[in-house]
Design a protein around this ligand. Structure first.
Ligand code: GLN
Ligand code: ZN
Length: 765
């Protein structure tokens, strides 16, 4: 085998024009055949392999394509399908039933892949479950890749420890799935034994073990050693490379260095320098190091000169001939290509590199590192890169003196509101006079196809501003009338003007750009197009005041203003890498602060600052959490402490795992928080109670993720359960998230039942 110098951990699969998305959705709607889906899939695989071959990447994955998710593919390869799906004999039908559920079976659970916005299917491992390894799917891909001219297709597998750590045990939810190690490892052994028969030559296996970058790795030493001593000695043709990403994996790397694996992959960009501590052990072991040095999670052009320095310093410990260059993680997490970006400001575009551009960077960096003479095209990439970086450093649309000036005075703003909650809430009750168990919603109301079309038509210039605005006003009016009719007490305007809670604000902020085609897979066929925060952020003009004041003018009842919080905007964007994330977050906070102030000056007395993504920004290593919590909290304070005592600040978070962050939630100092409890019983509420949490809470009383209409009685029961934990004065009654994905009929019925339930319960008080 020729020597491997460059390695791609994985490539996206949804397609640069989201071809897979459309093919899947058509197939699911039974508008196309399986053959058509297969055909599109094969075309995409070929295209993605071609991209990597054309650039000359040495190690290319043959099985990073998936119809839904690579963990689900791993479940299938190990024969670990949950019992309820085993009666489906058709494998394709079974696969999509696991991913999406069918009439009689709920889908498997989905959750975020470490700290990314990609969601994987959670393996369900019951005690009785019998697996059966079957490598035939992988073998087919291997053959396909070889037939298309890939010399040494690399096989990607989710490693056993990550697979187990990410699994759940429905029978015994409190028991760690790692306890099933002895049951799972033999399945991996069988799978690898089958793969060893594939080829006469060496076969490269990439074992992905991102769990090694979490704190759990420290307790896993024995299991890591046991697993990789066994798996790496199955057959001498199999070369195992264990890769981790998203943070440092020092503990695991040191253990792996003492096992027979061929190489160890580490992320040198998101490790804060700590992976250096593993270099000596790797050097002494004589193993290969796969060095993640090109950013697989963000989209800014690489400073190749600086990266070369990083590589050279690594090579002082591990000799260059044993260093392979790779992206920091799979390129699944960034968009495909800049090729179709025609509307973007050319300056901003010149700062970017998406997946295919990343491959070129990898290739050039490799040539520089190996001291090869650069080909003409490589020269060009290097020159363009240097030029763009220099421009970006000096650019006047990256640096905004007014924002810089404000940032200097930030210190005085990093604090809670001056008036403590206990005093504020008295003033607020006096002002609004709402009853205990006040009823409200989280903000958005159904987005109909007609509404979406109007927004699109307006954006693309097919209708004028006046027509559009009149239309939105009508929607708001109908929504306000509806809320009054069913007697909701605290109203919202309905968010009809918003396509997405981050995009809406991103489009109005300076320093933020949008791509036309920068889609990233979130789960299954779903993609997101994150904003690109490239420069100092500011708010040139009010963003929501017009709609909120219009809505308020229609009613005597309080109208909640509705904003997205700074931490959520940060966490759902591609964030500039030329200053700390905290700085960018503070800048967004200042912009939101201005909006809060304008809203209160315009008479909006309740303002909700949504922090839906507060939790997901947490670093994977607990040592790094305090720093995140500090700037996240400070940003929320900066955004909200401009509120007068009589202005009521709400926040909303759509998840229920608060156990470990309750102090921080309390620290946010929001007068009212709405949270998701509908799906998790009232466990969460007890946590708030035990904590002595004093502020007001709206625990969602029904699950908006399902179209089912809960009955009045059901919600009465739910409210009773809440009242067992917290007093009526502290409780608000609302659904557990926004209603934009629901249809009007079920929303009308559910909300009417909710209000009715509150009325019944109030009579008992
Ligand atoms: N206010 C937003 C809405 O109602 C909140 C959405 C969210 O938390 N994801 O849609
Ligand atoms: Zn929510």
């Amino acid at each position: 085998m020729s020597r491997i110098e460059t390695w791609n951990i994985g490539f996206g699969r949804i397609g640069e024009k989201r071809e897979l998305k459309f093919a899947l959705e058509k197939y699911w709607k039974k508008e196309s055949s399986l053959e058509e889906l297969e055909k599109t899939s094969a075309q995409l695989r070929r295209r993605h392999w071609d991209y990597q071959c054309a650039v000359g990447i040495d190690a290319i994955s043959c099985n990073d394509f998936s119809w839904y998710d690579q963990t689900l593919d791993m479940i299938v390869a190990l024969g670990l399908e949950p019992e309820r799906f085993r009666t489906i004999s058709d494998p394709v039908e079974r696969y999509f039933a696991m991913a999406r559920g069918d009439e009689s079976r709920p889908a498997m659970e989905m959750t975020k892949w470490f700290n990314t916005n990609y969601h994987y299917i959670v393996p369900e491992l019951s005690a009785a479950l019998q697996g059966r390894a079957d490598a035939s799917g992988i073998i087919a891909r291997y053959a396909e890749a070889k037939a298309q001219g890939i010399e040494h297709p690399k096989i990607n597998l989710i490693g056993p420890l990550t697979f187990l750590a990410n699994a759940k045990r429905p029978d015994s939810p409190d028991v760690d799935a790692l306890g099933l190690f002895d049951r799972i490892l033999p399945l991996y052994e069988t799978l690898l034994t089958q793969l060893a028969q594939l080829d006469e030559e060496e076969i490269i296996i990439q074992m992905e073990e991102p769990v090694f970058v979490t704190d759990k790795a420290a307790q896993m030493g024995l299991l890591i050693r046991n697993a990789y001593e066994r798996l790496a000695s199955i057959d001498s043709r199999l070369k195992l490379y264990v890769v981790s990403y998203f943070d440092h994996a020092v503990e695991a790397a040191r253990v792996l260095a003492q096992t027979p694996v061929a190489g160890i992959g580490l992320d040198f960009l998101y490790d804060e320098g700590q992976n250096r501590e593993a270099l000596q052990a790797i050097a002494d072991s004589g193993k290969t190091l796969i060095a993640g040095v090109i950013d697989g999670r963000n989209i800014w052009r690489t400073d190749l000169d600086k990266r070369l320095e990083l590589l050279e310093s690594i090579a002082q410990t591990v000799p260059a001939e044993r260093v392979i260059l790779s992206p920091s993680c799979s390129l699944l997490h960034i968009p495909f290509t800049l090729r179709y970006e025609e509307k973007m400001d050319p300056a901003v575009k010149s700062y970017l590199a998406f997946a295919t551009e990343r491959l070129e960077e990898l290739n050039v960096l490799n040539a520089l590192f190996r001291k090869k003479s650069l080909a003409e095209s490589q020269h060009q990439v290097l020159e363009e890169s240097r030029c763009a970086l220099a421009k970006r450093r000096e650019s006047s649309h990256v640096t905004d003196p007014a924002v810089q000036e404000r940032m200097k005075a930030l210190d005085t703003l990093r604090r809670k509101r001056k008036t403590p909650f206990k005093e504020r809430i008295v003033t607020q009750h006096r002002r609004f006079g709402y009853k205990p168990l006040a009823t409200t919603t989280i903000g958005s109301f159904p987005q109909t196809p007609e509404l979406r079309k109007m927004r699109r038509d307006y954006k693309e210039g097919r209708i004028d501003a006046e027509t559009y605005e009149r239309y939105i006003e009508e929607q708001i009016k109908a929504c306000v009338e509806f809320q009054e009719r069913i007697d909701l007490e605290i109203l919202v305007h309905g968010e009809f003007e918003r396509n997405d809670m981050v995009e809406y604000f991103g489009e109005q902020l300076s320093g933020v750009a949008f791509s036309e085609n920068g889609w990233v897979q979130s789960y299954g066929s779903r993609c997101v197009k994150p904003p690109l925060i490239y420069g100092d952020v500011s708010r040139p003009a009010p963003m929501t005041v017009r709609w909120s004041t219009f809505a308020q003018s229609l009613t005597e009842r309080p109208m909640k203003g509705m904003l997205t919080g700074p931490v959520t905007i940060l966490n759902w964007s591609f964030v500039r890498d030329d200053q700390p994330r905290s700085e960018t977050c503070y800048q967004i906070a200042l912009a939101i602060r201005d909006e809060v102030d304008d809203l209160q000056k315009a008479g909006i007395g309740m303002i909700q600052v949504d922090e839906a993504a507060f939790k997901e920004g947490y670093p994977l290593r607990s040592a790094k959490r305090p720093e995140y919590e500090r700037f996240a909290l400070e940003s929320f304070w900066i955004a909200t402490n401009v509120a007068e005592p009589e202005t009521q600040i709400h926040t909303h978070m759509c998840y229920s795992e608060f156990n470990d962050i309750i102090d921080t939630i309390e620290g946010m100092d929001a007068d009212v928080i709405s949270i998701e409890t509908a799906r998790s019983g009232n466990v969460l509420l007890r946590i708030f109670k035990e904590r002595g949490y004093e502020m007001e809470i709206g625990p969602g009383v029904y699950d908006i993720h399902s179209p089912r209409v809960p009955s009045v009685d059901e919600m009465v029961d739910q409210i009773h359960a809440l009242l067992e934990v917290l007093p009526p004065r502290q409780l608000w009654i609302n659904p557990d998230c926004g209603l934009k994905t629901r249809g009007w009929p079920e929303v009308e019925a559910s909300l009417a039942n909710m209000v009715q339930a509150v009325k019944e319960v109030r009579q008992e008080l």
